[in-house]
Write a protein that binds this ligand. Structure first.
Ligand SMILES: *[C@@H]1O[C@H](CO)[C@@H](O)[C@H](O)[C@H]1NC(C)=O
Ligand SMILES: *[C@@H]1O[C@H](CO)[C@@H](O)[C@H](O)[C@H]1NC(C)=O
Length: 135
């Protein structure tokens, strides 16, 4: 776990130059949150079935900034600058898996995404999956 954290911090710190400016702005703002999310990589990458206690204890979704950083983490999952393997479905199930409920359909709003864009769709699909009627 310490290794994932270190790895993520290194990735976050050594990245330079070539992404979108938003990515690097968000990276700076979310440095702490994303480092903490590094503890959840085995789960969000699909290597383990449930998140670790360490991961969950760092997952704080009670303030807007934390929510936004969590949403951004998922949004950037395919950005090569992030350099991580994240399964969006699993990542968005993290709040529930950690018993830290969050309405992930707020993500497109928090990230100022076009609600009809592909990026926004991921969050809506996850909400549908997480609905109580799904087995
Ligand atoms: C993500 O995880 C879900 C649930 O385990 C799985 O059904 C899906 O195929 C995975 N997606 C990718 C792109 O690996
Ligand atoms: C979740 O957020 C969406 C978008 O802001 C809102 O429409 C919906 O009512 C919220 N759901 C709950 C359960 O709060």
């Amino acid at each position: 776990m310490a290794t994932s954290l270190l790895l993520l911090s290194m990735l976050v710190m050594t990245m330079d130059g070539h992404g979108t400016s938003d990515f690097f702005k968000d990276k700076d703002k979310c440095a702490t949150e994303w480092s903490d999310l590094g503890l959840c990589l085995p789960f969000v990458g699909g290597d383990t079935k449930s998140p670790t206690v360490d991961c969950c204890s760092r997952l704080k979704l009670d303030v807007e900034k934390a929510k936004k950083c969590f949403c951004a983490f998922v949004e950037y999952r395919e950005n090569p600058n992030l350099g991580l393997t994240i399964n969006a479905t699993l990542a968005l199930s993290l709040p529930d898996a950690c018993h830290r409920p969050m309405n992930v359909s707020e993500c497109p709003d928090l990230l100022y995404l076009d609600p009809y864009s592909e990026d926004a769709k991921v969050f809506e699909d996850a909400t549908a999956l997480a609905s109580p009627t799904t087995p």
